[in-house]
Design a protein around this ligand. Structure first.
Ligand code: RP5
Length: 166
């Protein structure tokens, strides 16, 4: 007996056109200022985004819900910024197939100046990848997100896409 063709996914198609392309998550209101360069960069490039405050340790269910439904709403890249034992990007990556960019942040409460967040994000175990940009590298996260979306432009400070023409 021939295998049945997979069912079409009208719901997915319906969602694809809607919603922002980039989902930014921060672990705390106290992270908002450090992540502003990301929202500025995306705005300058005309890339739609949303920003939500969701904590991996205070509200893990909400993080799971967000991450597991983001692709259905049209999100194509997730940027997650957090400080201290920054579990947020890794937890998000556990619940989605979307690319996740982690931004280690310097928290005023950190005993080690942000090294905690760097190690938490960069040392993801094999199988659940998270891209890690520099400490407080919110702008780089936005540029990387733009590149993943194919709307990069390789030049810092420029929204102009690079060209291969001479
Ligand atoms: C992390 O702990 C947050 O991402 C933040 O960087 C840090 C401190 O959070 P608050 O105690 O200021 O909310 O979860």
């Amino acid at each position: 007996m021939p295998e049945e063709a997979p069912l079409p996914l009208p719901v997915l198609e319906e969602f694809e056109a809607s919603g922002p392309l980039v989902g930014i998550l921060i672990g705390s209101e106290s992270d908002r200022e450090a992540m502003e360069p990301a929202t500025e960069e995306l705005s300058e490039r005309g890339i739609s985004y949303e920003l939500n405050v969701l904590s991996a340790h205070r509200d893990p269910r909400a993080v799971a819900e967000y991450a597991s439904t983001a692709a259905l709403r049209g999100v194509r890249v997730i940027i997650a910024g957090a400080g201290m034992a920054a579990a947020l990007p890794g937890v998000v990556a556990a619940y989605t197939d979307l690319p996740v960019i982690g931004v280690p942040l310097v928290s005023s409460k950190s005993a080690v100046g942000g090294l905690d967040a760097i190690l938490a994000i960069v040392q993801m175990p094999p199988g659940v990848p998270v891209a890690c940009v520099s400490l407080n590298g919110a702008r780089n996260a936005a540029i990387l997100a733009a590149k993943i979306l194919g709307q990069g432009g390789g030049y810092p400070g420029s929204s102009r896409p690079p060209t291969l023409e001479a």
